[in-house]
Write a protein that binds this ligand. Structure first.
Ligand SMILES: [Zn+2]
Length: 192
């Protein structure tokens, strides 16, 4: 294999490789891993679209639209995977400069340092993923037990309000999963 093949391959898979490194798969995080998988698939689409040439104005426009759509999805999914990462910064997009090209890079730079999107408080996203992971097993714990494990309210005893808040977060996550056609399989409990 020629040395240049490696360079070319890196460029071909710039987004994919970047996010594989940034979000290594985690053990015992089935929902998180499925979100990660969806993000990596989107990166592959983006990587291939970025390599395509456009032969006409129309093609160039539809290619640009596809790129923008992929980037939106990638940003959305990465905000679920790393809830602390609501803010885009230059050091995060710098490694992608080559793959993005000057125009897209400039476009993304404009968003740097700003909140990426309005949404619920970001730490609730990780809580929603963890709650759904607890619920995605046979003989899943009750919602109140999940609240006892995960609710960050700080009270000694968790009540209906805590449960409702967590269920709302989980329902919102389920809508997101549905919109990306991610299905959560129910896993068997480990044998006692
Ligand atoms: Zn609580």
């Amino acid at each position: 294999m020629l040395a240049s093949d490696g360079v070319l391959d890196r460029r071909r898979r710039a987004f994919h490789n970047y996010f594989v490194t940034r979000f290594p798969s985690q053990e015992i995080r089935p929902v998180w891993n499925l979100l990660r998988q969806a993000l990596l698939e989107q990166c592959e689409v983006l990587d291939s679209v970025l390599l395509e040439g456009a032969e006409s104005e129309t093609e160039a426009r539809s290619r640009a639209a596809k790129v923008a759509e992929c980037i939106d999805t990638i940003m959305d999914l990465s905000r679920w995977l790393d809830p602390s990462d609501a803010i885009l910064t230059e050091d995060k997009i710098d490694p992608l400069m080559d793959a993005l090209g000057p125009k897209l890079y400039a476009h993304l730079s404009q968003h740097c340092g700003k909140r990426a999107a309005p949404g619920r408080p970001i730490e609730r996203r990780d809580l929603a993923i963890r709650a759904l992971e607890l619920k995605s097993v046979e003989q899943a714990p009750t919602w109140i037990n999940i609240a006892r494990q995960l609710c960050p309210c700080g009270e000694a005893a968790h009540d209906k309000t805590c449960v409702e808040r967590i269920r709302r977060d989980v329902n919102r996550l389920k809508d997101v999963l549905l919109s990306y056609r991610i299905r959560i399989p129910v896993s068997r409990h480990a044998q006692p």
